[in-house]
Design a protein around this ligand. Structure first.
Ligand SMILES: Cc1cc2nc3c(=O)[nH]c(=O)nc-3n(C[C@H](O)[C@H](O)[C@H](O)COP(=O)(O)OP(=O)(O)OC[C@H]3O[C@@H](n4cnc5c(N)ncnc54)[C@H](O)[C@@H]3O)c2cc1C
Length: 405
C-alpha cells in the first residue's frame, strides 16, 4: 500500500491531524492506521462520557513541558478553534472555569463529527492495523505493520501513551521513535488518585470534602487546589487530588514523601471551636462540631489530636483546642504513592520535545516525520487542557506535513 501521509494512531491527535492535512491539501492521499478495531476509543471515555474538549483559560504556562515548544501550536489552535469545530458541525458549550464541552454533552458527538469529516474528505481508515516500525527510505518511509508493508511520503506519529486501562494504552512512542534516535523523559502517571496509609483515612471512605487542598514538599507548598476530594479506602481521589498528583508523582519518583494538606474547617478553626465550646458547653467533643463538619472527619480529627470524643466540651483545655484546630485547618497526610498508570488520565513525560520543531511538530532528526499529542512530553491539568494540546499539536502536524508535499 502507498499513501502520501500515514498517520499512526486514530486517537484525538491523529484524527485532528488527518482532518487538517486533508483540509490543507485535499488532493493528497491520507491514511490513519489504528491498532484497535475502531478509532477514538479513549475519546469516548473522556470527561465522564461528556468530553471536556478544551479550556478557555489555556495558555502554554498552564502545562508541564517546555512552554516555548507548546506556544506555537496552542496559539494557532486558540485562533482557529471556533472555525475548526464549527466547520465540522460541532456546537460547543462553556461551563465553569472555562471548561468547554460539546453542546450535546456527548463525547460520541466529538468523535462522530471527526469521523464524518474523514469520510467526507476521503481519508482512509485502517483499523486493526498496528504499526511496528517506521524506517526512512527513498522518497519517504517504509512502514511495517500488522496489515503488511506501507509506503508513505510523510509519517505523523499520534500514538498517545501509557495512561488509562483498556483505552489503547501503549508504549509505541518509545518503540517507534527510539530506533530513530529520539530520546525520552521520565514517564510517570498523571491526573490520578493519591495513595496514603490506610490508617490515615480510616473510616472516611466515600466522604467528599470541598475546600482548599495543598501539596507540600516538607514545609514548602508546591501547589494549591480549590475543589473537591473524595476519600477512598487507601487514599484520596477527586479532581483536586488528581491535579495535585501532577506535582506528587515527580516527588515520589525522587524518593520523597509529599504531604497533602487539607482544611476541613475553613476559616479560623480556633475561633470557630471557641465559639462552639461556649455555645454548647455540655456537648461531648464528639458532638461539638455536629452540623459544622462531617461527623466522621470530626471524629478522625479528635483521634489525631488525641482527644476522647466522650470528653465534655467545657473540659477541653486551651492546648487541646489548639491541637484540634490544627488538625481541622491544616491536616497533613503523607502521600505514599499514586494510583498508577492504569488509573491515570494522562502520561507525564514522553518524547523529548527538543527533538521536534515547535513550528511544525516535525522531527529534527528524521525529515518528513512528525509527532503530536500525548506521546510528546507535554501534559496539562484537568479541565480540557490535555485534549486541547492533542487538537492543537495534531492540527499543526497535519497541516505542516501536507504543506511540505
Ligand atoms: C478516562 C480518561 C478521561 C479523560 N478525560 C479527559 C477530558 O475530559 N479532557 C481532557 O482534556 N483530557 C482527558 N483525558 C486525557 C485525553 O484523553 C488524552 O490526553 C488524549 O486522548 C490523548 O490523545 P492522543 O491522540 O495523543 O492519544 P490517544 O487518544 O491515546 O490515541 C492514540 C491512539 O493510537 C493508537 N496506537 C498506539 N500505538 C499504535 C500503533 N503502533 N499502531 C497503530 N495505532 C496505535 C492507540 O490505539 C490509540 O487509539 C482523559 C483520559 C482518560 C484516560
Amino acid at each position: 500500500m502507498h499513501t502520501d501521509i500515514l498517520i499512526v494512531g486514530g486517537g484525538a491527535s491523529g484524527l485532528a491531524a488527518a482532518v487538517s492535512a486533508k483540509t490543507a491539501r485535499p488532493g493528497l492521499a491520507v491514511c490513519v492506521a489504528e491498532k484497535l478495531s475502531r478509532t477514538g476509543k479513549k475519546l469516548l471515555a473522556t470527561g465522564n462520557g461528556r468530553c471536556n474538549l478544551m479550556n478557555l483559560a489555556s495558555a502554554p504556562a498552564r502545562y508541564l513541558g517546555d512552554a516555548g515548544f507548546i506556544a506555537p501550536a496552542l496559539e494557532a489552535y486558540i485562533q482557529k478553534y471556533k472555525d475548526f469545530w464549527a466547520g465540522l458541525g460541532l456546537a460547543l458549550t462553556e461551563e465553569e472555569e472555562g471548561r468547554v464541552y460539546p453542546a450535546t454533552n456527548q463525547a460520541s458527538s466529538v468523535l462522530d463529527v471527526l469521523r464524518l469529516a474523514l469520510a467526507e474528505k476521503g481519508v482512509t481508515e485502517m483499523c486493526g492495523c498496528e504499526v511496528r516500525s517506521v524506517r526512512p527510505a527513498k522518497d519517504g518511509f517504509l512502514i511495517s505493520s500488522s496489515s503488511g508493508e506501507i509506503k508513505a511520503r510523510r509519517v505523523i506519529l499520534a500514538t498517545g501513551g501509557l495512561a488509562g486501562k483498556g483505552l489503547g494504552e501503549n508504549d509505541s512512542f518509545r518503540t517507534l521513535l527510539g530506533p530513530l534516535g529520539h530520546r525520552f523523559t521520565d514517564i510517570l502517571p498523571g491526573l490520578v488518585c493519591l495513595k496514603t496509609h490506610k490508617e490515615q483515612v480510616k473510616g472516611l471512605k466515600g466522604i467528599r470534602l470541598k475546600g482548599s487542598f495543598s501539596l507540600l514538599d516538607g514545609d514548602r507548598e508546591l501547589a494549591r487546589e480549590t475543589g473537591e476530594c473524595l476519600f477512598q479506602e487507601d487514599g484520596v481521589s477527586g479532581i483536586a487530588a488528581m491535579q495535585l498528583s501532577l506535582f506528587a508523582a515527580p516527588l515520589l519518583k525522587a524518593g520523597k514523601t509529599p504531604v497533602l494538606k487539607l482544611s476541613p474547617l475553613p476559616g479560623d478553626a480556633r475561633c470557630i471551636l471557641q465559639k462552639r465550646q461556649s455555645a454548647f458547653p455540655s456537648r461531648s467533643c464528639g458532638e461539638l462540631l455536629t452540623g459544622e463538619v462531617n461527623r466522621m472527619i470530626a471524629l478522625a480529627a479528635l483521634r489525631r489530636a488525641g482527644i476522647s470524643p466522650a470528653l465534655c466540651a467545657k473540659d477541653l483545655s486551651a492546648s487541646q483546642l489548639s491541637r484540634l484546630a490544627e488538625e481541622l485547618s491544616a491536616w497533613r497526610i503523607p502521600v505514599t504513592g499514586t494510583g498508577g498508570m492504569a488509573q491515570a488520565q494522562v502520561m507525564l513525560g514522553g518524547a523529548r520535545t527538543d527533538g521536534f520543531d515547535a513550528g511544525t511538530m516535525g522531527s529534527r532528526l528524521v525529515p518528513g516525520l512528525y509527532a503530536c499529542g500525548e506521546m510528546l512530553d507535554v501534559a496539562g491539568p484537568c479541565g480540557g487542557f490535555n485534549l486541547e494540546w492533542t487538537w492543537a499539536s495534531g492540527m499543526l502536524a497535519g497541516r505542516k506535513a501536507a504543506e511540505s508535499l
